[in-house]
Design a protein around this ligand. Structure first.
Ligand SMILES: [Zn+2]
Length: 471
């Protein structure tokens, strides 16, 4: 809906539909207030600080803005999907590949059309700035456009093009924000969140020599993108340098679709801990060793697998625990397994929650160990810290969704995102929209157009709430 349609609909709702189109367009040309008045139907709880916010039936001020331009956004998504497109409808747009470099040029052109000032930082991140009217640190929004091999067209592009659409809508509507706005395209998200981790100061120099999926080293890749691997410290952001970060993303799971809810309010990116478990039994002849005299490591391991599942489900909360790998040795049909190696992974929004599940696993492992006479060793080999989102951002996402009449629910993100690294130096918020069938990192990854539009509308409104309320 454009400003004129909006005014017409609004005045129509007020019974003012008899106004001529000329008057309507004159009203539309007025930036603010459209219908000033105290005590009138439109006088709200407070005056808008947004010059051209339009009064509506909603209560909150920034929520009064018109919607994003949906056909334009869908056109961009389609255009971007051509870079690295596959015959099966998916995309091969690995970070640092020719396809990604061409796609970045396309995205830059969209940024320039939206009146943004574009640059590439030392990490190869694309940063596009829109000035604010106050001297404040920027509010950042964006995502990534690289894909996994045989990936889909929504993981990354949604948050990136959605952010540009937000900036473009603000430009079209002549809205000035208090904070400068910074639209970002992060470098190599799928291959290790290179760009956002460089910003957060988490990137280790030796990672520059790692070979990326596209075949070049990360160092060569950053050079290809126009970055400077010798001066990565200059891309680093200190706490306070960025007012906040908002990322819109597809859920990559099936919760929202199953519940028929269009907006997920992300509570954070879960922390992960992984252990190698080794069950020590006694290998022996499978024919001559009576059942009562065995120390079957696989039998004990089978109980451990169940214990891991029980540990996660016996506690309240959204924690998950998985045994994803198992190997029995020596691995012959006629030998009682003497040793079993398995992995144990636990994820939760809080690291204490993970520890609690692990305590239960260890306690059950002790019991299994004594019942079977099979010592169980649990050695941790991986840890990734949880990154909770900022409570203010969560409530603003909810307020924005409510203003649009969209159902929403709070939920964790089980997958990693750039927001996880950004959370080290700025408050972050994340918005999810449904993934059809819960499918992602696959050519069939798909989100319905109406959900895409709702997500970007919520992004726009959340950004304006943050702009108004963050100091
Ligand atoms: Zn992603």
């Amino acid at each position: 809906m454009n400003r004129r349609q909006f005014s017409r609909a609004f005045l129509g709702a007020l019974g003012a539909s008899a106004l001529s189109p000329r008057i309507l367009s004159a009203i539309s040309a007025l930036r603010l207030p459209l219908l000033p008045g105290k005590g009138g139907a439109m006088a709200d709880s407070g005056a808008s600080s947004h010059r051209n916010a339009l009064p509506t039936r909603a209560h909150s001020r920034p929520l009064d803005l018109p919607r994003i331009n949906a056909p334009r956004l869908h056109g961009w998504l389609k255009d971007l999907s051509r870079f690295g497109e596959r015959p099966d409808g998916g995309v091969d747009r690995l970070a640092f590949s020719d396809a990604e470099i061409q796609a970045r040029a396309f995205v830059r052109s969209l940024m320039e059309e939206a009146d943004l000032e574009v640059r590439v930082d030392e990490a190869g991140n694309i940063l596009a700035l829109r000035p604010g009217r106050e001297s404040l640190p920027p509010l950042m929004l964006g995502s990534h456009i690289d894909s996994v091999p045989a990936g889909g067209n929504f993981d990354g592009p949604l948050g990136t093009l959605g952010a540009i659409e937000v900036a473009r809508t603000l430009a079209d509507e002549g809205v000035e924000t208090r904070h400068p706005l910074e639209v970002v395209v992060f470098t190599n998200e799928e291959g290790g969140k290179t760009g956002s981790r460089i910003m957060a100061g988490e990137f280790r120099p030796e990672e520059l020599e790692l070979v990326a999926a596209a075949g070049c080293t990360i160092r060569e890749g950053i050079l290809r993108l126009g970055g400077n691997p010798e001066a990565l410290h200059r891309a680093r952001r200190e706490p306070g340098s960025t007012a906040g970060f908002l990322e819109l993303h597809v859920e990559q799971g099936g919760v929202l679709e199953a519940e028929g809810i269009p907006i997920g309010v992300v509570e954070g990116i879960v922390g992960i801990r992984r252990w190698n478990a080794t069950v020590h039994g006694e290998a022996n002849h499978a024919g001559t060793t009576p059942m009562g005299q065995r120390k079957d490591a696989l039998l004990a391991a089978a109980e451990l697998v169940q214990a891991v599942d029980r540990a996660a489900t016996s506690l309240p909360g959204g924690q998950v625990a998985t045994v994803g790998r198992i190997q029995a040795l020596p691995g012959a049909p006629n030998v009682i397994p003497g040793e079993v190696r398995l992995s144990v992974e636990i994820r939760d929004l809080s690291m204490e929650g993970i520890q609690e599940v692990f305590r239960l696993v260890r306690r059950e492992a002790d019991a299994i160990e004594s019942a079977h006479g099979t010592p169980i060793l649990l050695e941790e080999f991986y840890e990734s810290a949880a990154a909770p989102t900022d409570e203010r951002f969560r409530s603003w996402v909810e307020e924005a969704a409510q203003g649009l009449g969209l159902a929403h629910r709070r939920m964790p993100s089980g997958a990693g995102h750039d927001a996880q690294a950004v959370a080290q130096f700025a408050p972050v918020g994340m918005i999810f929209i449904p993934s059809v069938g819960g499918i992602s990192h696959h050519p069939d990854e798909y989100s319905r157009p109406e959900d895409v539009e709702a997500g970007v509308d919520v992004l726009l409104r959340t950004l304006l709430l943050a702009d108004e309320r963050l100091s």
